[in-house]
Design a protein around this ligand. Structure first.
Ligand code: 1GP
Length: 251
């Protein structure tokens, strides 16, 4: 099985190189917006483009990814809100299991149903322990998943969930306060989890300014995901990338 991109995540983690992933929801962009975002992303040396959404109402996933791929070499990684969000045009798929919840469908059920289709896509599969942390407001993901998020101050629950996920074989851990969260994940939770796992740690949800992204990385995040803030103000990409990349270890 392919694991080129995953190796890239691991190498960056080993070298202390932090990354920015810009999240693009195909429902919220048109081709002009995609063009603008991609140009800014290339100029700012964005590391990854995540594509997905809790609900994709439009039918434009393939089209959106093809447009991105035709205009840049930034890896495109699917962040699917449902098994229908698979496109062979992407580079990889975050194969999410909602380990913070107790909804069997999102832990394994939907994976079983979609397995042949996912395998056939030829995508690089990245098994990801997906942990939803309470972000202070119900988000689409918490509603759709019908699963209780981990309370934002229960660092030890987050830690044990991440550890269990890693021992079960998850290659990445993604802690998400949910799209547009009022309260992003605390640095103390990030620090506790990151200091006890080896898997690269992805953090997202409600990060709206560069200082927060910087502090998250300092606390141990390896990849920062930003959707809403950049959607509202695409020019933020540059500052976010600079803040995150400023943590690079000098060679
Ligand atoms: C949501 O982690 C992502 O799943 C990004 O969240 O849109 O709030 O940046 P925002």
């Amino acid at each position: 099985m392919k694991n080129k991109l995953y190796q890239h995540f691991v190498k960056n983690k080993q070298q202390g190189q932090k990354s920015l992933a810009v999240l693009i929801d195909p429902d919220k962009v048109d081709k002009y917006k995609i063009e603008k975002l991609v140009t800014l992303a290339v100029d700012s040396k964005v590391d990854y483009l995540f594509v997905g959404g809790s609900l994709i109402i439009s039918n434009d996933l393939d089209e959106c990814i093809q447009q991105i791929k035709s205009s840049c070499h930034i890896p495109v990684i699917l962040f699917p809100g449902s098994p229908a969000q698979v496109s062979k045009y992407a580079d990889a798929l975050l194969y999410l299991s909602l380990v913070s919840g107790r909804n069997p469908e999102l832990l394994i059920g939907q994976h079983v149903v979609s397995a042949p289709f996912v395998r056939k896509s030829g995508l690089e599969i990245m098994p990801t322990g997906y942990m939803v942390i309470d972000g202070g407001a119900p988000t689409t993901v918490s509603y759709i998943s019908n699963a209780t998020p981990i309370p934002s101050d229960k660092n030890e629950i987050a830690l044990c969930t991440a550890m269990a996920s890693e021992m079960l074989g998850m290659k990445l851990i993604y802690m998400d306060a949910g799209s547009g969260a009022k309260r992003p994940i605390t640095e103390s939770m990030i620090e506790m989890v990151s200091s006890h796992i080896e898997a690269p740690l992805i953090i997202g949800g409600g990060i709206t300014y560069p200082e927060k992204a910087y502090l998250n990385c300092k606390a141990g995040a390896d990849v920062i995901v930003i959707g809403n803030a950049i959607e509202k103000d695409p020019s933020l990409i540059k500052e976010m990338a600079a803040a995150i990349h400023s943590l690079a270890v000098p060679v």
